[in-house]
Design a protein around this ligand. Sequence first.
Ligand code: UDP
Length: 389
Amino acid sequence: MSKPFVLTVIGTRPEAIKMLPVVRALRAAGVPLRLVATGQHRELLGQAFAAFDEQPDRDLGLMTEGQTPTDVATRAMPAIAGLIEAERPALMLVHGDTTTAMAAALAAFHAGVLIGHVEAGLRSHDLARPFPEEFNRVAIDTVASLLLAPTAGAAANLRRESPRDRTIVVTGNTGIDALLHVAGRLDGGELARAGLAPDPAKRLILVTGHRRESFGPGFERICAALARLAARGDVEILYPVHLNPNVREPVAARLGGHPNIRLVPPVGYVEMVALMQAAAVVLTDSGGVQEEAPAIGKPVLVMREVTERPEAVALGAARLVGTDPDVIVREVAALLDDAAEYAARSKPVFPYGDGRAAPRIAAAVVEFLAGRGDTPVDFWQIGAGGRSQ
Ligand code: UDP
C-alpha cells in the first residue's frame, strides 16, 4: 500500500484557478498529493493551468461534445471510483460546485474515503439558480467531513444546516490568492501582446456570461442589453465568449459584427485579470468574477436574480441586475454617467479573502489528517500558519 495522500479532482476552469494555489500550498507543506483532471472543460482547463505553469498528474479526458451534467457525472464517477480503488487516498479534496466535484465526492463517499470541500457553504437557497451548481454544493457539503468555508457567512450556512460532527474552518477564498498572485506579476503589456488592447478613447465594459439557467431566453435578453449599451458611442464591450454552443451560437448570431462589441474566445487567466483591471464596469453571471472584480476595485453587475455570494452586494461593490435589458442598461448608465456613484462603488474591497486562503487550507488539511490517528504524524509536519477559525 502506498503512503497516504490527498487526491484532488478538478474538471473546469474555475476549479483549476482556485485549486492550483491550494495544490502549491499542500506541496509546500509536504503533503503528498495527486492532481487529476477530468477534462469537463478541456480547453478552458488548459488555459487555467498555463497561467500557473502547472499540469495535472493525470487527465481522464472525459469531455464530450454537447455534454449534459448527467453525461459528466456518469462518465466521471466510474473513472474516479477506479482511481480511488487503485490508490486509496487518505482524503479526497474537491472544490466548489461543479458536476465533476460532486461526482468525485460521491465516488469517495461510496468508497468510504474522507472528503474535504474547498469553498464549502455557499448557498443561493434556490436549487434552480445556479443550476445545477446549488445542488452540487449542497450534495458535497452533505458528505464532506472537512469543510473549508471561504467566509464567516458560508460557515454559518453550514452550521445552520447540520449539527453533525465535522470540521468547519473559515479560510478565505483561494480565488483571491490566485488573483493577487497573477496581478502582482503583470507587466502592463499583456493585453497588447494578446491582441486585446482596449480602445483608450472609450470605457471598457467587460462581459462574461455562461450560466445554464440563462440558456435560451436569458441569453436573448443579455444580448439585447449589450446591443443597446453598444449604441452608446463612449463604450467598448469586450466579451470572451464561453465555448459551450448554447452560449456561443446565440451570442455570435445576435452580436457578431456589431460595432463597439468585440466577441473573443475565452481568454487566459492572466489576460482576464488584465482585462478586469482595464475595465470600467464588469457585467457577469460568473461566480468567480463576482469575487475578483471587487478586489480589483471594479463595480460588478451580476446578471442573476440570486447569488450565493452576498458579501460584495452588501458592501455595494456588486449589484444583482438579472437579465432584463432595461435594468442592465439603466444600471450600467448609473455607474458610467455619475462620477460620484462610480467612485463610491469602485473602491477595492476584500470580503472574500486576503490572499492567504491556500496556506490556511493546507494547515487545516494537515491538522485534520493528523487528527485521524491512522496517519503517521511526522509525515504531516509543516511550518506554515495555524488553524484559522
Ligand atoms: N476567466 C478566465 N477567462 C475568461 C473568463 C473567465 O480566465 O475568458 C476566469 C475568471 O476570471 C474566474 C474564472 O475564470 O477566475 C471564472 O470561471 P467561470 O466564470 O467559468 O465559472 P464560475 O466562477 O461561474 O464557476
